[in-house]
Design a protein around this ligand. Structure first.
Ligand code: CP
Ligand code: NVA
Length: 307
């Protein structure tokens, strides 16, 4: 096995490594704006495996790998039938002979762990049903751009306890902030992660069923679709439960006056967030989407340095 690191959970990186990677993301953003060329992936081909649709992840990885001097190859389920046509272990070992690294977006988190176990190249998680670590790096980069710090903020997530919520809970085990999850009784995130945050001695994680109490004094208010990819059959049931947690102007009056609003996108406008808020003065959702590119270029550069 060649020495390498993976990025499957944001807390696969230590607190110091997260901060180092975010500093690099800021630097890469500045250097891209001044058209500087840096090519740590020169001569490498990276595989991008997608079993779910994507706009941001697909395009930001393809563009980012190209800008770092590498070559991306887009791979769909139809072609490789990961885990069906042959074992994940066999596919991992073969792909390791061709590729410099793999980004994978799929349903089963266990499949990504299995791929990483048998591959001897870096594996980057581009979203599973369990978490979405690249997204959370771009999110916290956006928080830093607006507040000049990562820590000592009150961050409220409103809506479905899902892969985004779980990644925030993984980040909260490394960086220190108050993380409030405003959600219904039966749309909770992974409660093991909530316990892990509260035992980490770094952050506090709070489940709040009252939307006003959840938002009160928050610096960052975050939401995501109520029904994630692969769960669209639950959309009506979740919408009924989560309607009180809709991010709208009335509820945002309770947030800190300088709050920002984030959404990983794609948004279902009029459901989890209103047009007035997503297009309003507190919304940073397009900066956040842009930061996917810079944060991921930093993650890939960091992984290359660890080879
Ligand atoms: N936020 C995000 O991951 O978007 P895509 O599903 O379009 O990649
Ligand atoms: N929770 C959403 C995030 C999309 C980027 C989903 O998994 O569909």
């Amino acid at each position: 096995m060649r020495p390498h690191r993976d990025f499957l959970h944001v807390n696969d990186f230590s607190r110091e490594e997260i901060i180092e990677t975010l500093a690099l993301a800021r630097e890469l953003k500045d250097r891209r704006n001044s058209h500087e060329d840096i090519r740590p992936l020169a001569g490498q081909t990276w595989g991008l495996i997608f079993h779910k649709p994507s706009l941001r992840t697909r395009i930001s990885f393809e563009v980012g790998i190209g800008e770092l001097g590498g070559h991306p190859v887009y791979i769909t389920e139809k072609e490789i039938e990961l885990g069906k046509r042959e074992t994940i272990a066999d596919a991992a070992q073969v792909l390791s002979r061709y590729l410099g690294g793999i980004m994978i977006r799929t349903f089963s988190h266990a499949d990504v762990i299995e791929l990483a176990k048998y591959a001897d190249i870096p594996i980057v998680n581009g979203l599973t049903d369990f978490n979405h670590p690249c997204q959370i790096m771009a999110d916290i980069q956006t928080v830093h751009e607006n507040f000049g710090r990562y820590e000592d903020l009150r961050i409220t997530y409103l809506g479905d306890g899902n892969n985004i919520t779980n990644s925030w809970l993984e980040l909260a085990q490394e960086l220190s902030f108050e993380f409030v999850i405003g959600t219904a009784e039966d749309t909770l995130p992974d409660m093991k992660l909530v316990d892990a945050v509260n035992k980490s001695g770094k952050s506090r994680a709070i489940i709040e069923h009252d939307p006003v109490a959840a938002v009160k004094g928050s610096h960052v208010v975050y939401t995501d679709v109520w029904a994630s990819m692969g769960q669209k059959d639950q959309a009506d049931a979740k919408a009924r439960k989560l309607q009180p947690f809709q991010v709208n102007e009335k509820l945002m009056q309770h947030a800190d006056k300088n709050h920002i609003v984030l959404h990983c996108l794609p948004a279902e406008r009029g459901k989890e967030i209103t047009d007035a808020v997503i297009d309003g003065p507190h919304s940073k959702v397009f900066d956040q989407a842009e930061n996917r590119l810079h944060a991921q270029k930093a993650i890939l550069t960091f992984l290359m340095e660890k080879m």
